[in-house]
Write a protein that binds this ligand. Structure first.
Ligand code: GLN
Length: 379
């Protein structure tokens, strides 16, 4: 067996969700909501399934969804996209995989900003490339422009940015995005901009896509996720948006990964993308959930970090007076206290931060309250 896979641990999200099931624990680990999806989309998907939407759709995606994605971003970001810019994938993770496989050739390098979503680095290596990891600057997880610049070599091909950022919940500032953009332009890098959390914004925060910065539309491969927009993570409907010539190449990687994505789900998502009025209540509901979790955590003596977006709240164990590593705490929490959380160290390749854990607050009040009760026992 290929040691790249044989020696690879299972994804931390899968491990913690399986541990939650095994121990009957409340799952505040893997990021998925347990409330709040639009019922009309579920009805639409079910109706389409019954009416015969059951055979292969075009590999690049149903035209109706590709057009809806382009129209959605033209409206949100003032871009000038057409369906030719859009490739539909089976979740954003597949968009990330297809993009990395299509861009990175043997011996080429990708710059990854840590902490990083766990799929990026193994995919770069699978493509035959090398990972150059650049850490966000502690304690407030700022992009370190000098360190990013220093990571560029003549083999650099791709920079992978995740904004809003999982696991920290940070929304990078315009100045930080300008720094990334200027490095990409100067060194002729493509940027895989993982913007799956673009609509999950807290406290009225506003999001800027990297693609709107000068000179960036032509070098940005943006990925998006219907799962995050509509709280339907199990649908695994995502997309890549890129200049048509790049989208066409990524489509060739995609055709031999999943080939296509269930047509009824694609058509239902296309309907949902017209409903911009669903976004504000979704954000308000998640902001309320975040406030409930943070209030309870503070009452229980946990030190929380600020966050502007995503489903996630980080807790600083050291600042909370807890003398355990993130892995020790997460293990104890799920096995003894009855709550699954995500340790942060698996989001790093080298020099991991081992004193923080991530909690998912995209949950009903009763789930959050049960999680808080368990967390009070975990310390
Ligand atoms: N994005 C999700 C998270 O961060 C995990 C996705 C997955 O498990 N594939 O929790």
């Amino acid at each position: 067996m290929n040691p790249l896979y044989a020696d690879m641990p299972l994804s931390i999200f899968e491990r913690m969700s399986m541990a939650a099931i095994r121990h009957g624990a409340v799952n505040l680990g893997q990021g998925f909501p347990d409330f709040g999806w639009p019922e009309p989309l579920v009805e639409e998907a079910a109706r389409l399934l019954r009416e015969g939407s059951n055979q292969y759709p075009p590999s690049r995606g149903l035209p109706v969804l590709r057009e809806a994605v382009a129209a959605h971003y033209n409206r949100c970001h003032g871009l000038q996209l057409t369906a030719d810019h859009v490739l539909v994938t089976s979740g954003a993770t597949e968009a990330i995989a297809a993009a990395i496989l299509a861009v990175i050739g043997p011996g080429e390098e990708a710059i990854v900003i840590a902490p990083a979503y766990d799929a990026y680095a193994p995919l770069v290596r699978r493509a035959g490339g090398t990972v150059r990891e650049v850490a966000l600057r502690a304690p407030d997880w700022q992009i370190d422009e000098a360190a990013l610049r220093a990571a560029v070599t003549d083999r650099s091909r791709l920079l992978i940015l995740n904004n809003p950022h999982n696991p920290t919940g940070r929304l990078f500032s315009r100045a930080e995005l300008e720094a990334v953009a200027s490095i990409a332009r100067e060194h002729d890098l493509l940027v895989l901009s993982d913007e799956v959390w673009e609509h999950v914004l807290l406290d009225g925060a506003a999001f800027t896509s990297l693609a709107v910065l000068p000179g960036m539309a032509e070098r940005t491969l943006k990925c998006g996720s219907a799962g995050k927009i509509f709280s339907l993570t199990g649908w695994k409907v995502g997309w890549l948006v890129a200049p048509p010539a790049f989208a066409g190449v990524v489509a060739k990687a995609h055709q031999f990964l999943t080939f296509a994505t269930p047509p009824n789900l694609q058509a239902a998502v296309a309907v949902g993308l017209a409903h911009h009025e669903w976004l504000t209540p979704m954000r308000a509901a998640f902001t309320r959930a975040r406030n409930r979790l943070v209030h309870g955590l503070e009452q229980a003596g946990y030190a929380v970090l600020p966050a502007q977006a995503t489903y996630f709240q980080c807790v600083d164990l050291a600042q909370s007076g807890i003398d355990m590593t993130d892995i020790e705490f997460a293990t104890l929490a799920v096995e003894r206290a009855g709550v699954a959380v995500i340790p942060l160290s698996p989001f790093f390749e080298a020099e991991p931060v081992t004193t923080m854990v991530r909690l998912c607050f995209a949950k009903q009040d009763s789930t959050i309250d049960a999680g808080l009760q368990a967390l009070a026992k975990a310390r």
